[in-house]
Design a binder for this molecule. Sequence first.
Ligand code: NAD
Length: 507
Amino acid sequence: MENILPVPQQSSKPGTSTGQQFWHSSDKTIDSYSPVDGKFIARVYASTRADYDRVVETAQAAFLQWRLVPAPKRGDIVRQMGDQFRLYKNDLGRLVSYEMGKSLQEGLGEVQEIIDICDFAVGQSRQLYGLTMHSERPAHRMYEQYHPLGVVGIISAFNFPVAVWSWNAMLAFVCGDVCIWKPSEKTPLTALACQQIIQDVLRNNDVPEGVSCLVTGGRDAGEWLARDPRVALVSATGSTRMGKAVGVAVAERMGRSLLELGGNNAIIVSPHADLDIAIPAIVFGAVGTAGQRCTTTRRLIVHESILPELRTRLARAYAQLHIGDPLEMGIHVGPLIDKEAVTNYQKAITEIRAAGGTFIVEPGVLDGTGYESGCYVKPCVAEARNEWPVVQRETFAPILYVMSYRTIDEAIALQNGVPQGLSSAIFTLNLREAEQFLCVAGSDCGIANVNIGTSGAEIGGAFGGEKETGGGRESGSDAWKAYMRRQTNTLNYGTTMPLAQGITFEL
Ligand code: NAD
């Protein structure tokens, strides 16, 4: 798959596509640089408003045909897409790592997520179930069915540059929808690669042009989708700031939105925890993807009796971390996405110190050989207080805040005491504590785990969070329902017209 691999200084690629065709109509471009070595990878032509309108019109026309294709047949096309991603897993995984900066293993893992959701969606294509109900009226049948929704806009973030698209698109495709993807302006090449990878499947199956579309650009292109009444659902993944803007714009036109926003995830470490399993989960959760996962562990709520031991073990574990080129084997921590992210990391460090925080593991920005891009930072661990503004917000970097608690009620209150509500975990072997954490008065997050960290998720469960995380659910369970419209049907096969609630209406 040579044509998707990064070739420095190669000619510019059009960033607008309706599936089988790619084009550009102006000289507006986006340059993609790798945070790994700071090198220019390639230039992509950004979509203009005219390109966008052409894409929406093509998508609308495609929807009229695609919705008529039986769902299991749509599922078979998604199955073929999954096979293509199996074929190009290595190439795409490397590109993800190089353009975004996550480790090769994580890059490959992200492509595996695409493959997994394709498999899930194939099964789902035969299970778009509605319920049947017993009517209160004689000789009547009542049931509900799910119909395709229309054009689905997908706005995605840089940190999962391809998986998030697939979680949405593969389900939307089997549901009979057509998709317009607006990827992050920081990772346009991985998006182009995905479109190219499925191109043959679209062609070989005579899928109407416009079922899988791509528009590239920055915030403005995302705003076009959010404000466009032709777009039935906008699924937006990114910062809470972005989600608030998109949520309002979509609600104003009575559209549907699915929001997957920032997290501020905590692990409670009880005195009954098995620290041998807790420590690797904490460290991976805090430093994996250089702290740039929505599910990254940002806060550690530790029982005061085990805090001294945890400090020592964390410091020992962090001392073993290798920071460097994420494409090399044995590297645990790659770069941040860009220098702006490094500045945000430094601002947070200054704020922690100003508030009186102390560091168990010291922070720092790396320079010199191997760190020329200027995007490499040291993962750090700070003792902090939950109410500090810096702890209350999500800094997208490997900073772990440690705080202590005395009672489980206090620990749960700390865990819930932030504006975000994505992922949470407790490490304990005590059944009562575990159940309390999961009960109605326990964690308020969309994801709550016991003896598993906060980071990552499995395809089979519904993924998403509460409060400022936006409330959306993607991927498994019944998340497919967001991509369809529900219709309740009542059918009278009798010879009388019984009115509801026994009302008589004499004529
Ligand atoms: P970001 O909000 O800067 O950008 C995300 C996307 O939104 C980009 O495509 C961007 O162009 C677009 N955008 C920005 N402002 C917009 C606006 N006003 N209207 C429409 N579109 C707009 O986020 P980022 O820095 O790329 O990603 C990091 C953030 O994403 C973190 O907060 C992280 O927690 C979150 N995230 C959440 C999930 C989840 O599932 N909850 C998953 C991945 C990332």
